[in-house]
Design a protein around this ligand. Structure first.
Ligand code: FAD
Length: 438
């Protein structure tokens, strides 16, 4: 009997999973395998919040597989070695895996290729809607500007949405290991897994998205990012289902999925953009560990910035508008290196993702793909606009809960004894904003 390995990576789901679908289509038994790679830990990428979410995802995937007659095998070690070991134990002839974009995923693929040769099948359009490199501008290997990319992305042919398998035959007696967790974890961390992801998508309504996505206190975005990062939901399925709704909300939401693909295709073409400036502008970053610490701990004295940073610490997640303004505050106002901020985000974000995090940081810092790299977000104006009643700040900065309405955004004008003075005097903030980037 043919036996195939479905090697799960960032596609921890049964629905619309090209890897699982193809392994099953080989016609025999399938070994669903996930490998916990110590290299991810060694690289500092196995942040406790993401490991906790991953543990939920693996438990949920195993439970779903058991419902259809199968089970998940979890192994620890170098993925190609582990896949080869499982292949030797079971007599599996082929391995299916999703194409990844990070340098890490490419190394894994190279090693799998070495171990399995043409018995390795790599599936595109698993982690993104449009595979990186599928649409390119004339003479270049990737788009560096979002608007033309978005046009090409919309016109690109898409694969159909695949159903979840109803049955899956798996060989008996393949041993499995478990994921050991070590905190500290954010107390308000969301729980992972495909079942929760699908329930959230069903509960959440896309129709009002265009109007409410920037309202910090309203908190009305989908919060699907961690499920997309771990692949509990397929971006192709989301784009297709959202596209069935006609209206501004659905269009705006699908556009965000295109942003996700955009950053993936940039990283696929320029893996070094994870650490190096995508477009160097000879920045001379200021060094000040005390300022960086105040920012990390939400103690800058600018309530809207501190609220975002405290939401991140508490939930392992932050609203996009808050990500934008806290990142702008670090890089454009305090003039600290974007890598400091990106590393802190990655240490906590449950959706922490090399493509989305590093390239959004670069976009904000002006070293990335923003066509207006000198753009600076004024934290006070952002606060007045996106938290007009101050409710977001009062939710996350309890020392200021006594300040009513928008007065909470300027605590230095009122008695607020338990809250720090601004790290940068408001007059100096105004001057820095006038001068623009470092
Ligand atoms: P929604 O508004 O409901 O959007 C739906 C989906 O579209 C998101 O789940 C996400 O997958 C995608 N998306 C939305 N905005 C963006 C964007 N700007 N870039 C890429 N994809 C987007 N997103 C991550 O998934 N992981 C990260 O590590 C990450 N780091 C970021 C760092 C900074 C400095 C900034 C400014 C943004 C970052 N983002 C990151 C993008 C964005 O903030 C989050 O995807 C979004 O806030 C997640 O919330 P949501 O699921 O409710 O999004």
């Amino acid at each position: 009997m043919t036996i195939s390995i479905a090697l799960f990576t960032q596609d921890l789901r049964l629905h619309d999973n090209p890897v699982l679908h193809a392994a099953r289509a080989d016609g025999g038994q399938v070994v669903p395998l996930f490998v916990l790679d110590p290299a991810v830990e060694a690289a500092g990428f196995a942040a406790p919040n993401r490991q906790a979410f991953l543990a939920d995802c693996l438990t949920d995937l195993d439970a779903s597989l058991r419902r259809i007659g199968s089970r998940l095998t979890v192994r620890k070690g170098e993925p190609a070695e582990q896949a080869a070991r499982v292949a030797a134990e079971t007599g599996a002839a082929s391995v299916h895996v999703a194409a990844g974009v990070t340098a890490f995923a490419r190394r894994r693929e190279t090693r799998l290729r070495k171990a399995f040769g043409d018995r390795l099948r790599v599936h595109e359009a698993s982690l993104t809607v449009v595979p990186p490199g599928r649409v390119t501008p004339a003479g270049r290997d990737h788009y560096a500007v979002f608007t033309p990319y978005h046009r090409a992305w919309q016109a690109a042919p898409r694969r159909g949405v695949l159903g979840a398998p109803r049955t899956l035959d798996t060989p008996e007696g393949v041993g499995s290991e478990t994921l050991a967790l070590a905190g500290p974890f954010s107390p308000g961390l969301p729980r992972g897994g495909e079942a929760r992801a699908r329930a959230r998508w069903r509960r959440w309504g896309v129709d009002a998205y265009a109007e409410i996505h920037d309202d910090l206190a309203g908190d009305g975005t989908s919060r699907l990012s961690p499920y997309l990062h771990f692949g509990c939901l397929s971006p192709t399925e989301l784009a297709t289902r959202a596209g069935e709704h006609d209206g501004e909300g659905a269009r705006a939401f699908v556009r965000q999925l295109a942003w996700r693909d955009f950053h993936h295709q940039v990283l696929a073409a320029r893996p070094d953009a994870a650490h190096r400036d995508y477009r160097s502008r000879d920045d001379h970053w200021h060094r000040d560990e005390e300022e960086a610490e105040a920012w990390r701990h939400g103690l800058t004295g600018y309530p809207i910035v501190d609220a975002g940073m405290r939401q991140l610490a508490h939930e392992g997640w932050m609203h996009n508008r808050a990500r934008l303004l806290t990142a702008s505050f670090l890089t454009k106002t305090l003039r600290l290196d974007w890598r400091i901020g990106a590393a802190h985000f990655l240490s906590l974000l449950v959706d922490g993702d090399i493509a989305n995090n590093q390239l959004n940081w670069q976009w904000v810092a002006g070293t990335g793909t923003d066509t207006r790299p000198n753009r600076v977000l004024n934290p006070l104006r952002q606060a007045d606009r996106y938290d007009p009643e101050g409710a977001y700040v009062r939710r996350w900065v309890p020392e200021l809960a006594h300040l009513p309405g928008p007065t909470v955004h300027r605590p230095w004008l009122f008695p607020a004894p338990d809250y720090p003075a601004p790290i940068l005097a408001p007059e100096d903030l105004a001057a820095r904003l006038r001068h623009g980037r470092p």
